[in-house]
Design a protein around this ligand. Structure first.
Ligand code: AP5
Length: 210
């Protein structure tokens, strides 16, 4: 299986589809956002350094993120879904040169009207224990406040899912993403899905192209 790189704005559904690719297709998932949030939960030095940056919606440094990728990826053993990485041209080039080193990969662009994302994100809840993703409007847990997958009552609203931080994340996405798309387009590795479609349909669109 080719490694997959999911590119899309905050709330476009990358994490939701990554979970399906893991459960149905056997990929391993690397989400730089999850890895960073895990460092914050652990209270590590790295976590302390990045918390305020992440909460505000800004990006953490390229150097720090590539360290996390190196520490968590075993390219000889697994096929990965990279979720939230790369986010700028430097990261895309680094992923090819220093991580994949010629191994085949495809990028999937989650195309969506950015105006739809504030509602999605202000209604997102994430299970702090197993990472399951919910939406109070479209994908609510069966019993309110309880995770369907692991039974935890720890369903949280992310700090960066407040309106001001969401706007900043979307601005940064708009500033940085075109060169990343061009990078994959120019090497014939760019796929696109309509991320406004229902979750099952987006998954089918991905499977139909990889
Ligand atoms: P990260 O955690 O990667 O956040 P993000 O990219 O902003 O993406 P999200 O997790 O918010 O959204 P998603 O696309 O996964 O959507 P989801 O599936 O949850 O990054 C957070 C922060 O970490 C960054 O701001 C930065 O500070 C730092 N960081 C991370 N990577 C970095 C990097 N490479 N370099 C530097 N800094 C980095 O879905 C959202 C909601 O919509 C859910 O409620 C879901 O149920 C719902 N939904 C999903 N699909 C659909 C659908 N098809 N229809 C209707 N609802 C849907």
């Amino acid at each position: 299986m080719k490694h997959l790189v999911l590119i899309g704005a905050a709330g476009s559904g990358k994490g939701t589809q990554a979970a399906r690719l893991v459960s149905d297709k056997g990929y391993k998932h690397i989400s730089t956002g999850d890895l960073l949030r895990n460092e914050i939960s652990k209270g590590s030095e790295l976590g302390k350094k990045v918390k305020s940056v992440m909460d505000s919606g800004a990006l953490v440094s390229d150097e720090l993120v590539i360290e996390l990728i190196h520490a968590n990826a075993n390219l000889d053993k697994n096929s990965y879904v990279f979720d939230g990485y790369p986010r700028n041209l430097v990261q895309a080039q680094t992923l090819d040169k220093e991580v994949l080193k010629g191994r085949p990969s495809l990028a999937v662009y989650f195309k969506i009207d950015l105006g739809k994302l504030v509602t999605r994100l202000t209604n997102r809840r994430t299970c702090k224990d197993c990472g399951a993703i919910y939406n109070l409007l479209t994908q609510a847990p069966k019993k309110a406040g309880i995770c369907d997958k692991c039974g935890s009552t720890n369903l949280v609203h992310r700090e960066d899912d407040k309106e001001e931080a969401i706007k900043k994340r979307l601005d940064i996405f708009q500033q940085n993403t075109q060169p990343v798309l061009d990078h994959y387009q120019s090497s014939g590795r760019l796929l696109e899905v309509n991320a406004e479609a229902p979750i099952d349909s987006v998954f089918k669109q991905i499977l139909g192209q990889i």
